[in-house]
Design a protein around this ligand. Structure first.
Ligand SMILES: O=C(O)[C@H](O)[C@@H](O)[C@H](O)[C@H](O)COP(=O)(O)O
Length: 239
């Protein structure tokens, strides 16, 4: 059963980032209090990076046992290890390096070692299965101006894929061109889906998605909650 989206609108990008950081810490602490291990799915992009920084700098981070958090990614730019453009690199620099995480519980999508993005996607699907195909506690998503989420872009065939957990994406309209992404069924295998969106350039995509229009961001729904965590600029086209 999925529930209607909830909107929380913040004055600006900084207020949004600090609010999401606090919510993130609380959600992980709550998940640990009931289930022991918390599973979270990270996203890429500028807004996410600011949120990660705010988490890393928050005094409240001590509320979470970071050794008992499993970190997954919703998508990845398919690049060599350590490439600054990888979502993994961004998350390690802004968040993970500041926390006492268990390296065995950090699951980046494969780097480009010449094996191809299809093999990387299959390997990630296998890693998720080997981990017991967990339901994620929190899945964070940025939203593109075109309404993409993760690396699921409007009009791309990956939007229709429901029989595998992860797919390769080529010719992405957002560089770099080759990516790996979770599919919609995996994005929905989540207790709480959070869309974290800032900026006027996203306002049309936000309004279209919330009106159940034809954009990828209209699809992901949490099993318990779907939160749209916005700043006023991103919410400016909502009636
Ligand atoms: O690999 C990526 O770029 C992200 O996963 C992508 O889905 C991102 O979250 C959105 O494009 C929003 O990015 P911004 O926050 O930078 O606008």
């Amino acid at each position: 059963m999925t529930v209607d989206p909830e909107l929380l609108i913040h004055s600006d990008a900084e207020d949004l980032a600090f609010s999401v950081a606090g919510r993130f810490i609380t959600a992980l602490a709550d998940a640990q209090s009931t289930g022991g291990i918390a599973h979270v799915v990270l996203t890429g992009g500028r807004v996410a990076s600011v949120v990660y920084q705010a988490v890393a700098e928050s005094p409240a981070r001590v509320e979470v046992d970071w050794q008992r958090v499993e970190f997954w990614w919703g998508d990845e730019r398919f690049l060599p290890e350590g490439d600054p453009e990888r979502n993994e690199t961004q998350a390690r620099d802004a968040l993970l390096s500041a926390l006492d995480v268990d390296p065995a519980r950090v699951h980046p999508m494969p780097t480009d070692t010449g094996q191809g993005a299809e093999a990387a996607a299959a390997a990630y699907a296998s890693e998720l299965e080997a981990a017991g195909s967990p339901t994620f506690d929190v899945l964070m998503l940025g939203v593109g101006p075109d309404g993409h989420v993760a690396s699921l872009f409007p009009g791309f065939p990956q939007l229709e894929v429901i029989d595998v957990a992860a797919v390769a994406v080529h010719d992405s309209p957002k560089p770099p061109p080759t990516r790996v992404s979770l599919t919609f069924p995996l994005l929905d295998r989540t207790r709480e889906v959070w869309f974290v969106v800032s900026g006027e350039d996203k306002a049309d995509a936000v309004a279209t998605a919330l009106a159940e229009g034809d954009v990828p961001a209209a699809h992901p729904k949490g099993q318990n909650r779907t939160l749209w965590l916005l700043d006023e600029a991103a919410a400016s086209k909502l009636s």
